[in-house]
Ligand binder design. Structure first.
Ligand code: GMT
Length: 371
């Protein structure tokens, strides 16, 4: 199969899934062309059968906002012409699905066809795509795809509810995790850097956008901190990071924050006791899956697609929406109960093993028509 994979290059779940899938498909012998405005951050090594193509943006005084969607569309047309691409797989609907549809229209006008697939990831449906300025075109572009996939049943239902695309037309293909890279392992060096001996380490990894509710991360941590010595490691960067600091100051736990910025999270996860992900609408929660693969139970809200990933009371614990006291109390109770905690660590890893790459890549390959 000759496939163009369109994605965002920045730190975020859709870019990770797109890039890891692209690498797996290339390893299976497919000719993969990754298209974005810069090299995706996980595309960090040479791969046979995989090429990256940058969408270059022209500058023109009239353009207050450079029209990226047009440049992307043009690049896709060129790639289909030059490499005989058979399928354009867009990750995150906006604006990728619309650019791909436009490219196909141009190509059809010249008697050439290309199939379209789109993987919806989360905020393209639950947030941004529903904004008035995007909704109509996003709905149209998704509807024109030959293949639509979502990482959870919840997101498929959201897409039906808000975009009128029948859930039955969407294939639910979950996110997957590299179980070698993310595995339980003692990480004494990272642990020693984060906290004094005997202290607990709680971790949150995200892009610190409002949907992550970092105030609840800090609120939950403060509840736990009253019961035991602990630190909160924050990995990643984004607009709400200052809010986390502010909330920690208000709650008297600023000294216990470890603000670590954007970096590879494996060692920090391996050094962690619990992972906090209290998003109010998480379509899947790839960060939670990576934590579980390291044997770290997840504490979050019973919302969105998270209950499809974290089994409440088994591999983590889920609270009613918005009750950060519940998150903190359950977390502290769990850490106070070593046998229960040990069982939950093992269950977290076992649950993550259900999201191994091979069967998920098989499912994508079948959906995309590559086998
Ligand atoms: O919001 C993010 O964390 C990034 C976002 C993205 O699209 O880059 O992540 C979404 O896609 C991931 C991969 O499918 C999912 O695991 C995340 O749950 C989802 N985020 C949200 O729904 C908020």
């Amino acid at each position: 199969m000759k496939i163009a994979v369109v994605c965002y290059p920045s730190v975020g779940g859709s870019g990770v899934v797109a890039t890891e899938l692209a690498m797996h498909l290339a390893d299976r012998g497919h000719q993969v062309h990754v298209v974005s405005y810069e090299v995706p951050f996980r595309l960090d090594r040479f791969r046979a059968n995989l090429t990256f193509h940058a969408v270059t943006m022209g500058e023109y005084p009239l353009f207050r906002y450079p029209p990226y969607t047009l440049n992307l569309c043009n690049k896709l047309i060129e790639l289909v012409d030059e490499f005989g691409i058979e399928l354009i797989h867009s990750h995150y609907a906006i604006p990728h699905a619309a650019a791909a549809w436009m490219a196909r229209e141009v190509l059809r006008g010249r008697g050439r066809d290309v199939r379209l697939a789109c993987t919806l990831h989360g905020t393209d449906i639950s947030l941004v795509g529903r904004e008035r300025g995007y909704h109509e075109l996003t709905r149209f572009a998704i509807d024109r795809q030959d293949v639509i996939t979502t990482p959870s049943r919840w997101l498929a239902e959201q897409t039906e509810q808000h975009f009128g695309i029948a859930a039955g037309r969407q294939l639910v293909i979950p996110n997957f995790v590299d179980l070698q890279r993310f595995r339980p392992e003692p990480a004494p060096a990272a642990r020693a850097c984060l906290a004094p001996p005997g202290w607990k380490v709680l971790t949150h990894v995200s892009n610190f956008r409002p949907v992550k509710h970092v105030a609840d991360v800090v609120g939950a941590f403060a509840v736990l901190r009253r019961r035991m010595p602990a630190v909160l490691a924050l990995v990643g960067d984004g607009p709400d990071l200052p809010l986390a600091e502010e909330r920690a100051r208000e709650l008297g736990v600023r000294d216990d924050l470890r603000i670590l910025g954007s970096q590879r999270p494996e060692a920090i996860l391996q050094a962690s006791d619990l992972f906090l992900l209290p998003s109010r609408s998480e379509s899947f929660g790839l960060a939670a899956l990576e934590a579980m693969a390291c044997g770290v139970p997840v504490i979050g809200y019973a919302l969105g697609g998270l209950p499809e990933v974290v089994e409440d009371g088994v591999s983590g614990m889920l609270c009613p929406e918005g009750v950060d006291v519940c998150l903190g109390t359950l977390a502290a109770d769990l850490l106070d109960n070593p046998p229960r905690y040990a069982a939950m660590r093992a269950a977290a890893r076992a649950q993550a093993e259900r999201f191994a790459p091979a069967p998920v890549v098989d499912a994508y390959e079948r959906a995309l028509g590559g086998r």
